[in-house]
Write a protein that binds this ligand. Structure first.
Ligand code: G6Q
Length: 542
């Protein structure tokens, strides 16, 4: 690996440090007052997203410095490396090609001497045929009944994308079908998911890239027992279980006919897999046509990211603004606040995408970083959050940049609801930026002793993303936007966003303790004294 110049030694980083000293005290009130066109100037519109970042503590100089940093970090070349199938996941020796999942049929992307695009489209076609059969009632269960319930069993990347997309696009879903998602190894998750379902009408999608994940295998085994108890015939498995995996041998060993296996490839990371066969439940819910629209939306964002100058590049700007707030203003988290009820699982989905990708403390060449990496992502749909944690964002001691996501059109035109929702999102961003001054409060007749309590400092940064309507294409664009923003940050922080050794550790440790809990005789425990005592207590009480 060529020597990497440490981030903080880059002249472009040092220039940003100097620039920060100059402008960090500026207030958004002054920035807006100084330039009446600021609210239009610091915006980009592309790939169906109006991206307003005028309420960040930036000047044109800041944007230039941040884009210079991106150039100096080799972001342009790294984007090309990703899109063209270079093995940029260095610690696992893999290409990173979630963008190939939405590549047009005539594209050519070569990995290990082979064009992967025809494989992608072959799987999409197989998914389509299967989805059509289930949606039309032609896929019958073992007793001849049509399938009414689809239960996706998977965890992490094999769950969060599918469940988020199902919730987001519920408006487009076939309402006669019931969708459930089981992820947790806690038996309550499975038990509650199937409590009102008829096994004869239920299809399980076992979604696991490796087909070895403890939680998923436990849930799949329980599902098998649950189905067989009612259907009483091993032959039923073929009608009630399909798999999404890269591991055909394991799928066959589980008893699923590999003809009913939908494949993907090691160049699709778990948290980047919702557009692959991992999205089978999504396709069954919304249909192949809408699934195709979602892919097209993501593709639009891919093309924008690959081609637009950084100054006008939404994912690049989003990533860079995150670095500005995180590494210079010390903001440790980002609140993701969709003013769209259907996006209620979007923050949870983003938590994995962002934090599992860039929650790293060493660089790709193994040096400990001497700067902050991934922010903590969290959030809830508006307006609910306003009545809970927004207090802290407005008047607390922490700086929390916010991503507001809103749509001009609603799927439900109910009286004034949508206008009220939109009034709230605009008002929140305005209040965060401009606050409320003592003078304004005095003019309203607020008593002196209450003034400190009612004052809002303002100067709290936020982005507002305004889209037309939450369609499948819009969801595709949004997801790809965040994927590429994560990539932008990972490349600048010099970390590897595509491995997850922290997750692997948990998998290994639980595997060691489980037999100790289940052994008849108390085994010799060799953990720390706390873990030993907890294990003993649990064994005595279980
Ligand atoms: C995602 C991670 C992780 C993974 C799950 C499930 O990027 O690798 O969340 O998706 O651990 O793994 P399997 O799909 O192999 O069951």
């Amino acid at each position: 690996m060529a020597d990497i110049i440490p981030l903080k030694s880059l002249p472009e980083w040092k220039a940003l440090e100097g620039h920060y000293e100059k402008i960090s005290k500026l207030h958004l009130r002054d920035l807006f007052a100084a330039d009446p066109r600021r609210g239009e100037k610091f915006t980009v519109e592309a790939a169906g997203i109006y991206f307003d970042y005028s309420k960040h503590r930036v000047t044109s100089g800041t944007v230039n410095h941040l884009c210079d940093l991106a150039e100096a970090s080799g972001l342009r070349e790294k984007i090309e490396d990703m899109f063209t199938g270079e093995k940029i996941n260095l610690t696992e020796g893999r290409a990173v090609l979630h963008t190939a999942l939405r590549a047009p049929r005539n594209a050519t992307i070569v990995v290990d001497g082979e064009n992967v695009v025809p494989h992608v489209h072959a799987v999409l076609e197989k998914m389509q045929q299967f989805a059509d059969k289930v949606r039309s009632g032609h896929w019958r269960g073992h007793t001849g009944k049509a399938i009414k319930n689809i239960v996706n069993i998977g965890i992490g990347g094999s769950d969060l994308g599918p469940v988020m997309a199902y919730e987001a696009l519920r408006h487009y879903s076939q309402r006669g079908l019931v969708f459930r998602f089981v992820s947790n190894v806690d038996g309550a998750d499975f038990a509650e998911a199937v409590i009102d379902l008829d096994p004869a009408e239920t299809l399980f999608i076992v979604a696991s890239k490796t087909f070895t994940t403890q939680e998923t295998m436990a849930n799949a085994g329980t599902a098998r027992d649950w189905a067989l108890e009612a259907l009483k015939d091993e032959a039923a498995i073929a009608k009630h279980f399909v798999a999404v995996s890269t591991n055909a041998a394991r799928v066959a060993a589980f008893g699923i006919d590999t003809a009913n296996m939908f494949g993907f490839w090691d160049w699709v990371g778990g948290r980047y897999s919702m557009f692959s066969a991992i999205g089978l439940s999504t396709m069954i819910a919304i249909g192949p046509k809408h699934f195709g629209e979602m892919l097209a939306g993501a593709r639009e964002m891919d093309e924008h990211y690959r081609n637009a100058a950084f100054e006008e590049n939404i994912p690049a700007l989003m990533g860079l603004l995150g670095i500005w707030n995180n590494n210079f203003f010390g903001a440790q988290s980002i609140a993701v606040l969709p003013y769209e009820q259907y996006l209620k699982r979007f923050p949870a989905y983003l938590q994995q995408l962002t934090m599992e990708s860039n929650g790293k403390r060493v660089t790709i060449d193994g040096r400990a970083v001497d700067y902050q990496t991934s922010q903590v992502y969290w959030g809830e749909p508006g307006t609910n959050g306003q009545h809970s944690f927004y207090q802290l964002i407005h008047q607390g001691t922490k700086l929390i940049p916010c991503d507001f996501i809103a749509f001009s059109k609603t799927h439900h035109k109910l009286g004034r609801h949508h206008d009220l929702l939109m009034a709230n999102v605009f008002a929140q961003a305005e209040a965060l930026a401009f606050g409320k001054t003592v003078e304004e409060l005095k003019a309203e007749g607020v008593k002196d002793w209450l003034l400190p309590h009612k004052t809002f400092e303002g100067n709290r940064p936020s982005t507002t993303m305004l889209l037309d309507e939450l369609t499948p294409a819009a969801l595709g664009r949004l997801v790809a936007l965040y994927e590429h923003s994560v990539f932008t940050q990972g490349m600048i922080w010099q970390v590897g966003p595509f491995d997850q050794w922290g997750v692997e550790l948990g998998k290994a440790l639980a595997g060691r303790i489980a037999p100790e809990l289940e052994a008849g005789e108390e085994p010799e425990l060799k953990h720390d004294s706390s873990t030993n005592a907890l294990i003993r207590r649990y064994r005595a009480a279980r």
